[in-house]
Every structure is written in C-alpha cells, then in structure tokens.
Design a protein around this ligand. Structure first.
Ligand code: OAD
Length: 228
C-alpha cells in the first residue's frame, strides 16, 4: 500500500467551528502568544494560561469533525495514511483516523510539571490550580508552548521522508519546526496543498495547490487519489 502523509493545521478544523490562529478572526488577534502560550506565561500567570486552555477544551466538547476530517478516514481504504497534525483538538481521532501524531500536544491531556512522562487524560474540560500529578506537582496543559522542544518532530521527519504522496491542509506554515517538514519529502513525491488562501510553497516541487476550504477540497482530492 502506498503511504500518504498528511500535515494538518488549524484550517482543517475551522469549519467545525474552531478558530484558527492567524486568520483575521484568529485566536492570536485576541490573545498575545507571550501571555498564554509560553512557559514564562505559565510561571507569571498560571490562572490566565489555565483559563485560555480551559476555554479551548470546553469548546472542543461542543464541536464535531467536518467533511475534511471524515474524507481522510475514507482515504485509509486505499492507502496507508499517517496524519501529522499541529492541532491540539482530537477531531481526526473523533472522525476515526487510525494514525495521528500530535506535534503540538493534545488539549484533552494534561501532564505533570515535574515529570514530562506523567501524562493523563483530563476528565471534563476544566484543569484547576491545585490539580496535582501523582508526585504532588501542579498539572499543566499537555501543549507544546512557544520556545519549548517538540518531542514528536523526529518521528514526523521520518514519516515525511517515507511519504509516497504528501498532503498539506489548512496551515499557514508559519511555525517551525512543523513548517520545515515539507523539506524532508523524497524528491519526486507529489505534494498537494489545500487551503483557500494558500501561498506557493517555495522550493517544493511537484506541487498542486487546491485553493478550497477543507470541507470540499479534501473530499475532492480523496476521490481523485482513490481513482488513481
Ligand atoms: P494558522 O492560523 O496559522 O493558519 C491557518 C491556515 O488555515 C491558514 O493558512 C488559512 O488560510 C487556512 N484556513 C482557514 N480556513 C480554512 C478552511 N476552511 N479550510 C482549509 N484551510 C483553511 O494555523 P496553523 O498553521 O495550524 O501552535 O498554526 C500553527 C501553530 O501556530 C498552531 O499549532 C499553534 C499556533 O500558534 C501552538 O499553539 C504551539
């Protein structure tokens, strides 16, 4: 079976009702990254950081996967599909995708502040000050904040290098190292980019740009690939 590696960003979840970060109504219009998405922010004002991610988590319980997520599940009938997502939502899993690697963490998980290996599923949407890990330290969102290491990047690089087909969906490719994954693709690999405001990916060959929202662009591409 041919291997398809899919790199997704906030745009694939936009039509489920989750705001992206850098579009005109994006989350970073309302919040400063340095106030809510860095380790320094967490040290300075943990209540603000907890509230920011609690609101995101609460909303995640109110939304559903859209046709874009669902079409990627369909693709598994004919291909070995590996999803690398920058998203912290679990809409790929909710849709039924089997192989999802989260580069920037997962909203529904929390982890110890003294032992990175102590990761837990949070029950409900709210993480509170005073919620402790088994070693007695405060739990934090299981999110890769700006300035922190991206533990899954090596695995993502390996996967990208194995792709027979590479698909990029709904990401502004502003954030590294995720944005650099396209440069690990083997020469000659077909690359598809689905994004209504897609910019050309400089240096990427064999590129097909599909300027459509995920809910229509992904099902159309999946149909085309399945007919190959
Ligand atoms: P961005 O908000 O930077 O980019 C969203 C992309 O989705 C843009 O290119 C939009 O044009 C596109 N888009 C919008 N609506 C769409 C739709 N209906 N269908 C398809 N595409 C659509 O989000 P990301 O690139 O995911 O990290 O951001 C990367 C990282 O920056 C995030 O993981 C997050 C953020 O800060 C952390 O918080 C660590």
């Amino acid at each position: 079976m041919k291997k398809i590696v899919v790199l997704t960003g906030a745009g694939i979840s936009a039509e489920s009702g989750i705001r992206t970060f850098r579009d005109s109504d994006g989350l970073w219009e309302e919040h400063r990254i340095e106030d809510v998405a860095t380790f320094e922010a967490w040290q300075r004002n943990p209540a603000l950081v907890l509230d920011f991610y609690n609101q995101r988590r609460k909303q995640l319980y109110e939304v559903k996967p859209n046709a874009g997520h669902i079409a990627l599940v369909e693709l598994e009938k004919n291909f070995d599909v590996r999803i690398i997502t920058q998203n912290v939502d679990d809409l790929h899993e909710q849709a039924g995708s089997q192989n999802v690697l989260h580069l920037h963490g997962e909203l529904k998980k929390v982890r110890s502040t003294i032992d990175d290996d102590l990761i837990y599923e949070l029950k409900g949407w709210e993480l509170k000050k005073g919620d402790l890990c088994e070693k007695g330290s405060q739990l934090r969102p299981h999110i890769v904040w700006f300035g922190e290491a991206v533990p899954m990047i090596e695995k993502a690089m390996e996967l990208s290098a194995q792709a027979d087909i590479f698909i990029v969906i709904g990401t502004s490719l502003n954030v590294y190292p995720a944005a650099g994954l396209v440069y690990y693709i083997k020469p000659g690999t077909p690359v598809y980019l689905i994004d209504p405001r897609a910019e050309m990916l400089s240096g990427v060959k064999n590129l097909t740009v599909i300027r459509e929202p995920a809910s229509t662009g992904v099902p159309a591409l999946v149909k085309k690939l399945s007919e190959l």
